[in-house]
Design a protein around this ligand. Sequence first.
Ligand SMILES: C[S@@+](CC[C@H](N)C(=O)[O-])C[C@H]1O[C@@H](n2cnc3c(N)ncnc32)[C@H](O)[C@@H]1O
Length: 362
Amino acid sequence: MHEDVIYYSQCWEDPLVVLRALSINSNDEVLSITSGGDNSLAILSAGASRVTSIDINPAQNYLLELKYKATQTLSYDEYLEFLGIRDSGRRIYFFEKIRPELSKQARDWWLDHKELIPVGIIHCGRFDKYVRFFARYVIPLIHRRQTIQNFLATVSMEDQWRFYNEAWNSRLWKFMFGFATKKQSLTRARHGGMFAQADNTPTSGEYVRRMEKNIASVPIRDNYFMHYSLNGNYLSYLPFSMQEENYKKLREICIKDNSRLVCVSENILTYLRTVSDNTLTKFNLSDIFEALSLEKNNKIWDEIVRTAKSGARVVYWNNLVKRTYPEYLSKYIKSDEILQDELRKQDRVYFYDKVYTHTIIK
Ligand SMILES: C[S@@+](CC[C@H](N)C(=O)[O-])C[C@H]1O[C@@H](n2cnc3c(N)ncnc32)[C@H](O)[C@@H]1O
């Protein structure tokens, strides 16, 4: 993993799904994949006792630290400006205010990568740049600005689906979206390792199917993932950790008890092997399993079961590769099928195959 590159400057897993699956409480000891940092922050603001945010790529943790310390140093309006949601010519000035609060490693990394700051740190990830480029430079070749705004503002599901079919799904849209979601194109966005276990089945048809399923069933009006993907930034509805109420909670935690968020830059398997038995109560694991061989996948599940307290909850996604716990652990791992089904229906991110949630029973 190249530590000079931020791959994800925002989390592309729905925090409302994470929070509902994990049902966070004040006794929770959580292990959460960092990625863009937002979901670790969402779990923290939901009241977890402690969040260990882990990423094999240290740059992802430096990003999380910068977002978190920004809540402590900046007012809410400045925070939105600094992140890149609102226009600003003052982002370097804000960074200089936050800088003394950062760990030495994060400070040094950001000083070496200061050019990422003026653009807004939520836009600096390789994946996010790819999505944003498509929204800002490709979609305007297909649809007028008013058409994009009208689509994002549709109110009923019926209107949304009709609008998609009658005004959005043109031949040019189909061609461009198909091209952008081919595996060869997506290697410019996702980390190459994420495709390591994927077969050669073409991806674009599958992503068209998933996108259409999402548009037919999930309201677009408050789907900020779709707003970012079609508009290149957020409209009035903001990501969870950037909403004022949650910013305030994070700010309070950051000022009062900084030790509740711990960043670990390591492979999750290596880290879990250092954790005592029966310690962790919640796991937010993004779609890490699909990049792994079955053998490594199973080793991580062995460690999850060993380190989990009885009753611990796990949430994770599959995208192109089906990965779950090995059969031999099934006596310890139970799924709430009704909840899982509801989470799949509410998930605002269109491009996953499925979200999974389990309880560890020991
Ligand atoms: C799993 S990736 C996936 C992001 C996005 N959902 C996608 O499909 O492209 C999210 C984060 O997990 C981290 N990651 C992947 N495998 C990991 C592992 N074995 N241990 C720790 N972090 C890992 C990556 O560095 C990345 O920042």
